[in-house]
Design a protein around this ligand. Structure first.
Ligand SMILES: O=P(O)(O)OC[C@H]1O[C@H](O[C@H]2O[C@H](CO)[C@@H](O)[C@H](O)[C@H]2O)[C@H](O)[C@@H](O)[C@@H]1O
Ligand code: UDP
Length: 710
């Protein structure tokens, strides 16, 4: 029987002695959901996979892969929730390194080590490190080229000030934080300045001030913001992408309907496109961000087909079963597919996107991308990181030390748990409070020994659902404090406020537990920031399995299902009681990941992929299939001591079939899938060889492969 890839506990199987491929791939400690499933790939996909594996191992080199004919089964097209097979490699988030791969260092000679270039104008008003690493992203650009980062929200907000008239503080939110961690002198930001400004003089003033910070504003008026941002973006796409469904009747409030919101969304996207087209020049790369700007790639390509355009989604992309509820579902997918590179935080999201494109648009989906208009649009996972060094260094700053001392005296004698979330339904604040209440109910005595500090950052305050959530959360906080408070202590300190960077870092550093219960979350950078600041305290991270971050921090954190209130309550107890040795081990694991995978690496990796996004020959023409150089392969085989062979299944080991089968035989018992008889013996010999690992990649289930190969 052919075993490939071997399950983690493969002892006793013919390949048990071989290196376990999947474990090797789980670079962040993530174990694939179904390590024994086998999935399909054609030659191009296999090559893609292998290059990723070798990059992970730091041994990037040219590959020779077995070729299989076009039309073989698609990897990445299967949907997790549809019961279709999934690609184990694809489900192992963290499989693809975003940093530290030697080949990237080669590509960007300026990349190694911290540089000494001064902070640019852009970094002035933002939270910046004193020493900005030398420009690395720009190494991927042609002469004079820049990276235009287009996102709904600019990293700085224009804010009315009674004295100075306008001030420009940093904006909040994960996208902004992440982009602040990206240092490059060739970056320009295009986005909404956080306020509606109609006065011409004000607009000119703001434009000039923002330009000094490398920002170009798109002025959207109040009505448009209401319909585009509060409406289509945050009342339709946001809940849908986070599995909370569509609002009843697609109403954002009683007067605004889906159609007018979509119109506003289209208009706003056009305004972003006009601004970008107005400032872009040859050699620029346009990197569009998030669900606010799904029409933008198409609008930009309409202006200039040669523009290099990427699009990255910071939220989850839901299962196609969920996504298909969106009335204009096709339009958005088609517009995004005009980009040269489509990126997500995790493979799961990428796979869902591919699945939506294949099922709703009838396109051919592959691991490396989607065939669209006679080219292949690259689709890939780029897990974001933070500027960990910045957080670590902040702990040495006097302002932060003062805050640490303050907090230590305020919370003396009590264990401290921390929550930092935008006041958003996706963050699971109500579930968090319910779990904490249950913990206090079941563990008498703890009410005066522990305090939960919950920062609820105000967000999208014009959206009625957010206003309602605020009241519900307030009610719950009041209930728990009322029930468990004393004249001296309250079990919850709750702030409806943003906190300054210094206070945030101090809180991260002194707390014993971080409690993150997102119902869905694209990544969740708070979890990363917490870990970065915990080097001396070794606090415990309780993290929702539905946050993208769970895929990389899963082995160090206590992972919980936020809907399971009892489980979260138990996790709180477990975290508060955890012995120091275990805290140390768990922290160490996560600290290494957070330190190694930075926002800079994320951006660099994405931009590198985007600059190299070549338009390939259409699939199905045979042009993309490279013949196997048999002599060279045989020589290499004979010379090598540790071999990894990845073979296609459908149309490589078998006759070509058009659909995934669940059985190798039909209802009458006739064999429908057959292994080429000449191959069986050869495969057995390979599998029996101690120095060789054989992996068969297929869209068919493992049982089918077992049937065919046994
Ligand atoms: O701009 P807002 O409407 O105030 O919202 C803030 C941001 O929220 C979302 O952040 C996401 O991006 C993070 C970084 O990749 C990720 O860690 C997090 O899980 C996401 O929720 C949103 O996607 C951004 O566009 C907003 O700016
Ligand atoms: O008062 C605050 C508290 C937190 N944050 C930052 O907001 C981001 C939240 O990002 P995350 O990815 O966790 O979630 P998002 O809010 O983007 O959904 C983190 O970088 C926090 O440091 C902030 O800007 N102001």
């Amino acid at each position: 029987m052919l075993h490939a890839p071997p399950p983690l506990e493969a002892a006793g199987s013919p390949v048990a002695h071989n290196r376990c491929l999947l474990r090797d791939l789980g670079g962040h400690g993530a174990v694939p959901a179904d390590p024994s499933a086998l999935y399909g790939a054609d030659a191009a996909t296999t090559q893609f996979l292998l290059e990723r594996i070798l990059r992970k191992r730091g041994t990037a080199r040219r590959l020779v892969t077995s070729s299989s004919s076009p039309g073989s089964s698609s990897v990445g097209a299967a949907d997790t929730d549809s019961g279709e097979p999934q690609d184990p490699a694809v489900s192992a988030h963290g499989l693809v390194p975003v940093s530290g791969s030697p080949d990237r260092a080669d590509r960007t000679p300026a990349a190694s080590g911290p540089g000494t270039s001064p902070a640019t104008a852009l970094h002035g008003p933002l939270e910046s490190t004193a020493q900005v690493p030398a420009s690395r992203l720009s190494a991927h650009l042609g002469p004079g080229g820049r990276i235009l980062i287009v996102a709904n929200r600019l990293p700085v907000t224009a804010k009315r000030d009674p004295v100075k008239k306008w001030e420009f503080p940093s904006s909040s939110g994960g996208l902004v934080s992440a982009l602040q961690g990206v240092k490059d002198e060739e970056l320009m930001f295009v986005g909404w300045p956080g306020v509606s400004v109609t006065d011409d003089d004000d607009q000119t003033f703001i434009k000039n001030e923002l330009f000094k910070k490398r920002c170009v504003p798109v002025f959207l008026n109040e009505e448009l913001m209401d319909q585009y941002y509060s409406g289509y973006c945050n009342n339709i796409l946001w809940p849908l992408f986070h599995y909370l469904g569509l609002p009843q009747g697609h109403k954002v409030n009683k007067t605004k309907d889906f159609k007018s919101q979509l119109k506003a969304y289209t208009e706003a996207n056009q305004m972003f496109a006009d601004t970008v087209c107005g400032i872009s020049k040859e050699g620029d790369i346009i990197w569009c961000h998030d669900y606010h700007l799904m029409l933008l790639p198409k609008l930009l390509k309409q202006f200039n087909t040669n523009m290099k355009v990427g699009w990255f989604l910071h939220t989850p992309f839901p299962s196609s079963e969920v996504y298909q509820a969106l009335p204009n579902r096709k339009e958005l997918l088609q517009a995004v597919l005009e980009a040269d590179l489509v990126g997500f935080h995790t493979y799961e999201y990428a796979r869902h996107f591919v699945s939506a494109c294949t099922s709703l648009l009838g396109l051919e989906g592959r691991l490396g991308g989607i065939e669209f208009k006679e080219r292949i649009v690259k689709v890939d996972a780029f897990p974001i990181g933070i500027d960990a060094q910045h957080f670590k260094e902040s702990l040495d700053r006097d302002a932060v030390k003062v805050k640490i001392t303050d907090f230590e005296s305020v919370f003396a004698g009590r264990k401290v748990m921390l929550g930092v979330d935008r006041l958003d339904m996706i963050k699971g604040l109500l579930q968090k409070l319910l779990a904490y209440e249950k913990f206090l109910e079941e563990n008498k005595g703890w009410e005066s020994e522990v305090v939960l500090v919950q920062i609820a950052v105000p967000t999208r305050t014009d959206v009625p659902e957010y206003q309602e959530l605020k009241s519900q959360v307030h009610e719950m906080v009041g209930r728990v404090n009322g029930k468990f408070g004393t004249f001296k202590t309250y079990p919850i300190i709750y702030l409806d406020q943003t906190v300054e960077f210094e206070a945030l870092c101090a809180l991260y550093a002194i707390t014993d537990v971080a409690l993150i219960t997102s119902l869905r979350d694209g990544m969740n950078l708070v979890s990363y920031e917490y870990v970065a600041c915990q080097e001396s305290n070794k606090g415990v991270l309780i993290l929702s399995e539905f946050a993208g971050a769970a895929q990389s921090l899963g082995a160090g954190a206590i992972i919980v299902n936020p809907w399971n209130i009892a489980e979260v309550a138990n996790a709180i107890k477990c975290a508060l009681d955890m012995p120091s040795g275990e805290r140390e081990r768990r922290h160490r694991h996560n600290y290494e990941i957070v330190s190694a995978h930075t926002a800079q690496d994320w951006a660099e990796n994405y931009v590198w992929e985007l600059t190299n996004a070549v338009i390939k020959a259409p699939l199905g023409t045979g042009e993309s299939v490279i013949g196997l150089p048999i002599k060279e392969v045989a020589e290499q085989y004979a010379k090598s001591k540790s071999r990894l062979l990845i073979l296609g299944f459908n149309a490589t080991l078998t006759e070509q079939v058009q659909s995934f089968e669940t059985r190798a035989t039909d209802q009458t018992g006739n064999t429908t899938l057959k292994l080429d008889p000449g191959l069986k013996g050869a495969l057995k010999t390979l599998c029996d060889n101690e120095d060789t690992t054989v992996v068969v990649v297929s869209g068919h289930g493992k049982s089918v492969l077992d049937e065919v190969t046994s």
